[in-house]
Design a protein around this ligand. Sequence first.
Ligand code: DQA
Length: 146
Amino acid sequence: MNVLVLNGPNLGKLGTREPEVYGHQTLAEIEAGLEPVANEIDATLEWFQSNHEGALIDRLEARADWADGALLNGGALTHYSYALADAVRAFAKPVVEVHMSDVQTRERWRRESVLADVCVDVVSGLGADSYRVALLALARRLDGGH
Ligand code: DQA
């Protein structure tokens, strides 16, 4: 199972960015922490982070043939990027929306996701564990079609 793990704007700053909200782990540390889980379920992960909407869309397009599915933490793009939503739709493989923080209990503008409609699941509020749970949810979908 090949899984693209896309991270949007400001997620490259994890570790120092609002640690009271996002914790102290860097994205590289989260990536390393997910490796044993990926190995256990026989998944190959390709991580990509960009602050640029177009770069995320380009990566979804470029890896659509390779990937069986994706995890997507769109950062703030989650809340307004119809372009990213269209790209997820065109990707045509299951995508799980990921958030480290609980977006439903923060500012009002974070409560809307324009990606939710095109994603198969949303995992939010578990910190770095959101990625782990999202990966397991994706694997379950790909295995059993639940
Ligand atoms: C986030 C939540 C978004 O609202 C925010 O803009 C982010 C991170 C999260 O992982 O909790 O950049 O996606």
